[in-house]
Design a protein around this ligand. Sequence first.
Ligand code: ADP
Length: 320
Amino acid sequence: MIEREVVETNPNVKFEDIAELDSAKKALQEAVLLPLLLPDFFTGLRRPWKGVLLYGPPGTGKTLLAKALATQGKTTFFNVSATTFASKWRGESEKLVRILFEMARFYGPSTIFIDEVDSIGTKRHDGDNEASRRVMAELLIQMDGISSAQANKDNNTSSTTTSSDKSDTQSKPKNVMVLAATNHPWDLDDALRRRFEKRVYVPLPNKEGRLQMFKINLKGVSVSKDVNFDELVKLTEGYSGADIANVCRDAAMMQMRRKLEKANGAFDLMSLVNNKEFQQELDAPVTQKDIKDAIKNTSRSVGKDDLKRYVDWTKEFSSV
Ligand code: ADP
């Protein structure tokens, strides 16, 4: 099940496809990629973080960042969320966690990405059931296991610094990095939060980020000369990356909708879609009005109160 549903062999996301977020990209490359690629350097005081947490409003690129890391580092990518562990069989869920980590070690170097980690390890225990508590307990054990494997390796290498024993490379633990994402960092259980020693804030895009996002999203379609990106950027203050992707998708459909409306009644749909002229007209460039209409149709998905919570949590717990 894990191999089928969880392992993504080639997530194929490049860092260039992700707008802005420069400090998060740098922090992640240092905290996740380099320790996997240079395991001998990241020992002792430089030992890798137990886990790295990406937090911020929904739709800001946390999953994209994790995928870009896995792509760039050519690591095996295990993409899991709370639902992966929601097994209906008693005792199966924590077994899945254990097997997940075993497989990650086997296929290492690996990145385990846990989306919506707050729903696995939540602070609110009132409605919590026994099974999900056991999943979290297993997760804590496995995360500690990775770092103690790392610590053992440190001890071994320090006691054999003068030895040139080549067989050591064979017994090296393959590295596994645990990366998680949450839109509700404040709900995270304290014990779990502590395991994520590195915490990286992925905020809403600023003006420059939104501009890049419009350009990334509209790359595949023709864009009319009248499109004024400055105006669009101003109109989308407070929009997330996912909101802007939706705006662009909606705008790219506008021409088709208009043409269909105009042609309505004139043809039946089948002959219309087979009509060459109609097909050419459909691909007309996206205009400023299309995008502005799409902005009107798409409201921002993150409220001001939520943003304040992220800022407050960052002050208290961030590590970048
Ligand atoms: P989340 O932070 O919720 O994990 P995702 O990484 O899944 O968000 O992003 C959802 C969608 O929003 C992406 O598929 C992409 O289209 C768009 N998006 C979000 N952030 C960015 C970004 N920084 N650059 C480019 N596209 C983005």
